[in-house]
Each structure stands twice: as structure tokens, then as C-alpha cells.
Design a protein around this ligand. Structure first.
Ligand SMILES: [Ca+2]
Length: 165
């Protein structure tokens, strides 16, 4: 899960994406609980936006990652201090599937770790958007992710909903 070019978070998995140029999506973070389980986007030095269905009581935010399986020297691992689900999140239909994570200390912003701007407007139907994250590079999962960031292009399919997935 990542952020769109218009700064909209999506909940779908990245399938059939391609590997990003290293650190070309510096706001994309990995959420870790002993394993990678979701993505998120850094919106300020101390706040990450993710999806409410990714909620856990303990989350470590991993910033500056490209390959999440190896140490590349660019990572900042910061524990989440507060995980705040949207108060009207509905786990049945995923309405309001959004969560804020406050970091226990501010991230150091550099060329590997950057914030992304929040959207200034809502998306429209059929609008192209860029999705990033870590996921399978084929739909049936037979081609394993290199554990590196991938990105893909998707379309907004419902004009009144932020979530694509
Ligand atoms: Ca790494």
C-alpha cells in the first residue's frame, strides 16, 4: 500500500508492478511487526498515514527502505507511539479505511526519507494514479517480490471514494 501521485492512500496490493528506482518514492514506509505487513506514507516528520485495516497495537515504522530484506544503510526504524484509526472505520465494507501513526520521535528528513504533500482536492473517476509498496510482481504470486519497492499505475474507479482496493 502506498500513496498516489495525488497523495491518496490506497489499500490494494501491488501486483504486476515494477521495481522502483532506488529511493524514488522517499515517503513510502514499511510497517513492521517482526515482518512487513503494510505500507504507509510519511506526511510530516512525525506522522504517517496508512490504512485502518493495518492497525496493530505495536508497529515499527521503517523509513528509507528499498529492499526490506537487507540493511542498505539508509533506514530509520522508529516505533509508532500512537496508532489512530478513523473513528468511523468500518471493517466490513472498509469505509474510512485510514489510520494515522504518530512516530515516537521525528524522522530525520534527507534524500532517502521525505514527506509527501496531502491532496488539495478529491480524485475524479478514471484518473491515473501511482501506487507503490512491496508486493508480488505477478498476480498468482509465483514471481516473488524482490523485497524492493515496486510501483504501478492504477485508475480511480469510483469518483466519491478515495480507496481503490
Ligand atoms: Ca533495507
Amino acid at each position: 500500500m502506498g500513496l498516489l501521485s495525488h497523495s491518496l492512500t490506497v489499500t490494494m496490493k501491488i501486483v504486476g508492478g515494477y521495481e522502483c528506482p532506488r529511493h524514488s518514492v522517499p515517503y513510502q514506509v514499511s510497517l513492521n511487526a517482526g515482518y512487513h505487513f503494510c505500507g504507509g506514507s510519511l506526511i510530516s516528520s512525525q506522522w504517517v498515514v496508512s490504512a485502518a485495516h493495518c492497525y496493530k497495537s505495536r508497529i515499527q515504522v521503517r523509513l528509507g527502505e528499498h529492499n526490506i530484506a537487507v540493511n542498505e544503510g539508509t533506514e530509520q526504524w522508529i516505533d509508532g507511539a500512537k496508532m489512530i484509526k478513523h473513528p468511523r472505520y468500518n471493517s466490513y465494507n472498509l469505509d474510512n479505511d485510514i489510520m494515522l501513526i504518530k512516530l515516537s520521535r521525528p524522522a530525520t528528513l534527507n534524500s532517502y526519507v521525505q514527506t509527501v504533500a496531502l491532496p488539495s482536492r478529491c480524485p475524479v473517476a478514471d484518473e491515473n494514479c501511482m501506487v507503490s509498496g512491496w508486493g508480488n510482481m505477478s498476480a498468482n504470486g509465483s514471481k516473488f517480490s524482490p523485497k524492493s519497492k515496486t510501483q504501478s499505475v492504477a485508475k480511480i474507479d469510483r469518483a466519491r471514494r478515495v480507496w481503490v482496493g
